[in-house]
Design a binder for this molecule. Structure first.
Ligand code: ZN
Length: 184
């Protein structure tokens, strides 16, 4: 069973405090992948920064995506529809598994492969990939549904995920058209 993990597609990371011009370009493919995941019955997870004052990384980036503020909301284009297979999973560090109950929730739902999307390829996607590797999940990353900050080499960031975490680097169209047998 696959889980699509949508990482930090939040107001502050698209339009606000840490706005990334590259984020606009992934919205369309990510939206298509999200629709596909929902229609195929994948688990969907929105892994969202929800910081509290004093969280260590705030000293690096400044305040962003503070819990219960508008900046910490998932952008309207990707509106979550929380239910037993679509989870909102707040986090206070880079990785989706760090200090959260995500692993237990995915195991309960029979997930053995995570499809990572969102931001940023070289930071939160990367730390989530490490968390997934450590816990034994297969890792897939559609390159057109993730983005790094401007000025960061996207290909280097993807190569790292492939060479260090064994991630399968693919594309949204490929994932959507994969035959069911391959999809499991
Ligand atoms: Zn953060």
């Amino acid at each position: 069973m696959k889980a699509l993990i949508v990482i930090d597609m939040l107001e502050d990371f698209v339009h606000g405090a840490l706005a990334n011009p590259r984020a606009e370009a992934i919205l369309e493919p990510l939206g298509r992948l999200l629709s596909h995941a929902r229609s195929e019955g994948w688990v969907v997870v929105f892994s969202n920064d929800a910081h509290e004052p004093g969280d260590p990384e705030l000293s690096i980036w400044g305040e962003h995506a503070m819990a219960d503020t508008p900046g910490a909301q998932v952008i309207r284009e990707l509106e979550p529809n929380p239910n037993e297979r679509e989870l909102l999973c707040p986090k206070r560090a880079y990785g989706a598994f760090d200090g959260t109950d995500l692993d237990a929730r995915l195991r309960q739902l029979g997930v053995d492969e995570v499809v990572l999307s969102g931001q940023h390829t070289h930071i939160c996607v990367r730390h989530t990939a490490y968390g997934a590797l450590r816990r034994g999940y297969a890792i897939t990353v559609p390159s057109d549904a993730v983005c790094a900050f401007e000025g960061v080499d996207e290909q280097d960031a993807l190569d790292y995920l492939r060479s260090v975490y064994g991630a399968r680097i693919t594309a949204v169209a490929e994932l959507i058209h994969e035959p069911a047998a391959v999809r499991q």
